[in-house]
Design a protein around this ligand. Structure first.
Ligand code: B3K
Ligand code: ZN
Length: 876
């Protein structure tokens, strides 16, 4: 397909005011009668035909103002239906289409999941239900009538409020009518029909309106929906309190389905979820699952304002709703749990997924300027970096200035399909500032690099920071302009306390933030009587790669004393990363491994600091991942050497910290029944992090503890952690433990997913054969995205050594899987292929095998646009 360009945007020629849908559900031939009230857009081109999008539709009839259209009055192509010379006035089109939901394996449009009917329309799925101007700037009021066999689909749901329901006289069918008064783009349309159980509750909004809440799940699973309901009510309250956003319909429903391409979807009043992000019980879900459910329930709910009430003008503006809504859900989770720990895990996610994207062939700006397949832009850059950009705005403007900008945004753009420029203008106007340079964050791709050095002048009592900003070239962007980088910092004095910060122009570094705006800049602080240690980019105030002249001893000092918990964590990670890079090089050249003494010292101090949150200590104990090290090394990467270096470090830490780890493990034994709250989860996280290190390398006492932990676990967090420890470190105990786990949970697909994912991640040569074998296991199916992501996705994305096997077999296997999947579900296939995003940084042998695999995919005739786009950009 031809690329779509932001610069080509034109307003729609025709607008749609209302949509009446009558959907007669049938497993293989669902009939959709659509009545669209259209009118020419005064801002469109005069005299235009009506061009509607359509995809895999069977057209049965079309009428204009009640009169069937002659065959010469319209034309259809594979992707469109055009009414050729329509009268240039308000008119009604009635269109009848038939679709086959059972044959819909792409899971876009109307499809079936475990027998239920459901829809997914974002980004361009509505056109797979009926012909429509399927673009986000066409906002209409929808009324939906759904009809089905009562036996097959006793539950019938759509967007908005329920209007009426009843039997279809003289038949075994029934119907329900829903009306959504809020104009919305077609991508927010949804309907569900099926045999589902539900839990109900209600919420009273700030102005006293009662909202009926429902969560619908597969029969028999209601007991696992309680936590999601609780998270929903907390989200609704929080959005009122923190952003002044109140809910706006009489009902809010969530439906959990087992077959879903991504996490969840924010359809107006009817969110549809991957059941993985709804269903939880202590026996089946880990603490991480609970936290994800809380975050995603909140995220989809928050879209009601950021995404639905104010939507996107076009898909280039995707970050307008996604980056902003991720920022909002991160803030929510920070308020519900530990803010520093949430920040640490968000930054880990950003560095682990977005930084590699930004450094490879798939790099793109937070707001791309061109795309061939929009579904490939639901990326870590749009979501996670998009959220960081909003966070930087808040850092720049402060709490109040940020809120003023948000208030103006809601006020000015409610009901609009808006742009990033509209959004930024609200913050500029509300604060009387110029955000022109800041806007580069949306336009320039790549991770900026800041090199910082500090110079203390004892005589002059000054401290000077020299900052050099560089921006690497990225695809399509060889040259860059300098960005605005809000650099939060502290100057830590010898006693561990922050020194007052006064710049030499007499101003205070406002809120502890320096504004870096030029390629080179110096900041001089005065009245600095003692040599400070600079704590830089506190709270990860900007999504940059920062290097500094801090010594290892400075970092050990910060790991002990920094008042900023994020940097306390980060200091130890920086020591560990430097160690791992050096150790990897030593492995490859046969030199002696460096000493981990500094890290042992830092982590030892962390472990014994009783004032620290256990969840924080757990994060600190987890050494940088293999892909973190690969990213730091950046080219000529040998994943086996990295793995060996990391294992050696974990063994060394285990040996050096054994008494402290054992002590912390014992002190954090459970005190009562499982509860998913943050404090209890933090205790488990620390205990499990200790166990994980104690068993590193398979030491006998560590494994004995892991076996006991596995045996005694009364919840999935503990049971699964112990199983992972055994699977990774105890080849002898592994099979028995895996078999026992499978037997216990074989009827529980979401738990079986964990079992599949774990096996795919074992860093041993036998894993590829194991994974291949598991594709034939009765629990596996290529048709279910969760199964595919768990097994093949984990192998490609979370097993650096085996995916990147020196013999190329890992690359070949994933390429084959992509080709196998592409005919069935292009979105899932394309996502899997994106695992090759760092292929150019591999050492020459592995790089060659990755390239061969990619070229083989590229050569396959008839690739989907999704896979075709990823593979061609990967090879560019
Ligand atoms: N907006 C959806 C994502 C849709 C993905 C379409 N390929 C979920 C979310 O981000 O909230
Ligand atoms: Zn979203």
């Amino acid at each position: 397909p031809q690329p779509v360009r932001l610069s080509d945007y034109r307003p729609p020629d025709w607008l749609v005011d209302t949509v009446h849908l009558d959907v007669r559900l049938h497993p293989t031939a669902t009939r959709i009668l659509a009545r669209l009230a259209l009118r020419p857009n005064p801002e469109g081109r005069e005299g235009s035909p009506i061009v509607l999008d359509g995809d895999e539709l069977s057209l049965k009839s079309i009428a204009l103002d009640g009169t069937p259209l002659a065959g010469s009055a319209y034309v259809t192509t594979a992707g469109t239906l055009t009414v050729l010379a329509p009268p240039q006035r308000a008119l009604t089109l009635e269109i009848e289409t038939v679709v086959d939901p059972s044959a819909n394996t792409k899971l876009m449009g109307l499809y079936r999941s475990s027998g239920a009917y459901c829809t997914q329309c974002e980004a361009e799925g509505f056109r797979r239900i009926t012909y429509f101007p399927d673009r986000p700037d066409v906002l209409a009021v929808y009324t939906t009538r759904i009809e089905a066999e009562r036996e097959e689909a006793p539950v019938l749901l759509a967007n908005g409020n329920p209007v009426e329901s009843g039997a279809v006289e003289g038949t075994s069918r029934h119907y329900a009518i829903w009306h959504d008064p809020w104009p919305k783009p077609s991508y927010l349309f949804a309907l569900v029909g099926g045999r589902l159980d539900r839990i109900t509750d209600h919420f009273v909004t700030a102005t006293g309106k009662k909202v009926e809440l429902g969560i619908y799940v597969e029969p028999g699973k209601t007991e696992r929906a309680g936590y999601a309901m609780d998270a929903l009510k907390r989200s609704m309250r929080w959005d009122e309190e923190v952003f002044g956003c109140e809910y706006d319909l009489d009902v809010f429903n969530i439906v959990a389905v087992a077959d879903f391409n991504m996490g969840a979807m924010e359809n107006k009043g009817l969110n549809i979820f991957n059941d993985k992000y709804v269903l939880a019980s202590p026996e089946t879900a880990t603490d991480a699952d609970y936290a994800n459910i809380e975050g995603i329930i909140a995220h989809e709910y928050f879209h009601n304002w950021t995404g639905n009430r104010i939507t996107c003008r076009d898909w280039f503006q995707l970050c307008l709703k996604e980056g902003l809504t991720v920022f909002r859900d991160q803030e929510f989770s920070s308020d519900q749990r530990s803010r520093p720990v949430k920040r640490i895990s968000d930054v880990r996610l950003l560095k682990g997924h977005q930084f590699p994207e930004d450094a490879g062939p798939l790099a793109h700006p937070v707001r791309p300027s061109t795309y061939r397949e929009i579904n490939n832009f639901y990326t870590a850059t749009v979501y996670e970096k998009g959220a960081e950009v909003v966070r930087m705005l808040k850092t720049l403007l402060g709490e109040e200035g940020f809120r003023a900008g948000m208030d103006l945004y809601f006020d000015r753009h409610d009901g609009d399909a808006a742009t990033v420029e509209d959004f930024l203008a609200c913050f500029a106007d509300a604060n009387g500032i110029d955000l022109t340079q800041f806007a580069l964050w949306y336009a320039q791709s790549g991770t900026p690099h800041l090199a910082v050095s500090g110079h203390w002048d004892a005589q002059a009592r000054t401290y000077r920071l020299d900052v050099v900003q560089t921006l690497p070239p990225t695809p399509g962007q060889p040259e860059k302009q300098p960005m605005v980088i809000p650099l939060a910092l502290g100057l830590v004095g010898p006693d561990g306390n922050d020194l007052p910060m006064r710049l030499d122009d007499g101003t205070n570094a406002e809120r502890g933030v320096l504004l870096v705006t030029r390629p080179r800049q110096s900041f001089v602080f005065r009245d600095v009587a003692e040599r400070p240690v600079a704590s830089l980019n506190r709270g990860f105030s900007a999504p940059v790669k920062l290097t500094s002249d801090l010594t290892t001893q400075d970092l050990v000092f910060l790991a002990r004393h920094d008042a900023d918990p994020f940097n306390r964590f980060d200091a130890a990670q920086t020591i560990a990363l430097a160690h791992l890079v050096e150790a990897t090089a030593a492995r490859r050249t046969g030199r002696d491994l460096p000493s981990p003494a500094a890290l042992v010292e830092a982590l030892g101090a962390t472990l014994s600091d009783a004032t620290l949150d256990p969840a924080f200590i757990a994060q600190a104990l987890s050494v940088p991942s293999e892909s973190d090290v690969a990213r730091e090394i950046a080219d000529d990467v040998d994943p086996d050497a990295i793995h060996d270096a990391r294992q050696a470090l974990r063994r060394a830490l285990s040996a050096a910290l054994r008494p402290a780890l054992e002590g912390a493990y014992d002190r954090h034994a459970p005190t009562g029944a499982y509860a998913p709250d943050a404090a209890s989860a933090g205790r488990r996280a620390l205990r499990n992090a200790c166990l994980d290190l104690l068993a590193a390398g398979g030491t006998a006492p560590g494994l004995a503890r892991a076996l006991a932990h596995f045996r005694d676990a009364d919840n999935m967090t503990d049971r699964f952690l112990a199983l992972s420890v055994l699977a990774h470190n105890a080849p002898d105990a592994r099979e028995e433990a895996l078999a026992a786990f499978y037997e216990r949970f074989r009827d529980d697909p979401l738990v079986v997913d964990k079992w599949l994912a774990l096996q795919a991640q074992i860093a041993e040569p036998g894993t590829l054969e194991r994974v291949r074998g598991l594709t034939g296991h009765p629990a596996f199916s290529w048709g279910n995205p969760n199964r595919v992501r768990s097994l093949v996705g984990s192998f490609a994305g979370a097993n650096q050594t085996q995916f990147n096997r020196a013999d190329g077999a890992g690359h070949d296997f994933v390429a084959d899987a992509v080709l196998e999947l592409d005919g069935r579900n292009p979105q899932v296939a394309a996502r899997l292929l994106a695992a090759f995003k760092s292929w150019r940084s591999l050492e020459p042998g592995r790089r060659a095998s990755a390239e061969r695999a990619l070229r083989r995919v590229a050569a396959k005739p008839g690739l989907s646009p999704d896979v075709g786009d990823i593979v061609s950009r990967s090879l560019e």
